[in-house]
Design a protein around this ligand. Sequence first.
Ligand code: NAD
Length: 353
Amino acid sequence: MTLDFSYQGSASRIVFGRGASARAGEWVEASGCRRALILSTPQQAGDAEALAGRLGALAVGVFSGAVMHTPVEVTEEALVRAKELEADCVVSLGGGSTTGLGKAMAYRTDIVQIVIPTTYAGSEVTPILGQTEGGAKTTLRSPKVLPEVVIYDAELTLGLPVGMSVNSGLNAIAHAAEGLYAVDRNPIATLMAAEGMRALKEALPGIVAQPGNIEAREKALYGAWLCGTVLGQITMALHHKICHVLGGSFNTPHAETHAVMLPHTIGFNAAATPELLQPVADIFGGSAGQALYEFAAAIGAPTSLKDFGLIEADLDRAAEIATANPYPNPRPIDRASIRLLLQEAWEGSRPEM
Ligand code: NAD
């Protein structure tokens, strides 16, 4: 094997442990801050208020307007609030949508971010920001958006509904799987990807069987951290590109789209590079795409794009958009093969590899 790579470790401080979010105030102060604005979605406003209560004088307010896809208007509203309150940091409590809002604020102002993730999406450990303006979603990478501190507390994930846990976990596995064959893959990301996938493979069935199982929740969160870290280090390929097209142009739900597409995109690439995807085959047992398909079905994940209201004619346009601009992928991509891949995902059939 030839070793030829470039690697940069993450600058984020990771704090992991049951009950760790109780020490959020210490991390606000350790970051040199005194005036935290707590961010959340409307659905998690109660949790955000409770967190503000625990932070006491260190919390200057709560902004509970975070929504999916980080619309620029919401970011601007939150920035006005932060300025009025003279906030010197944000504490983002929630999933990728809330983290996205904090990142969008940091991109514009460099405000310090402390993130307390409550899903397995992994955004908290990437320097990637996706945002929407006028209905168009764009993605950028900048060191400015990487959060300074991430506090993983499995106790806060006990209430994540089983369906969302499954889809979010498969979203995380997708980050790791693409890290294995990325054009800029590296040995550390590969180690993290395998460990992260193994943790989620063990944890997700335990969560399905018993949503309040703290050991399973903790293992899933550990896997999410590892898989998210991989995403932060590598250039995404076919899987993430297709999910971006489906979410951005057809408004399909984020984590569910990843869950449906994963076996198909990985199976497609496994045909070209089975050796790089061997960790997936080893962990899930079988050929990479088929093994992921069986795993996702066994834990009750959605299996077909049809269920999101897509019609067959949408697949033509999706294939066209997904192949309009070239990007690195281990297996060459053309419109006909991507159209076929989308057809299989739409029908929910078992991948061939
Ligand atoms: P989300 O943040 O949109 O959360 C979905 C819903 O679940 C929200 O209503 C939220 O309040 C609620 N929720 C979250 N945690 C909960 C809990 N523990 N208990 C009960 N309810 C809870 O979902 P997500 O999948 O985490 O994030 C999706 C978004 O993140 C997308 O916009 C996606 O593009 C983005 N994302 C970005 C990156 C990146 O690196 N930039 C990576 C992954 C995802």
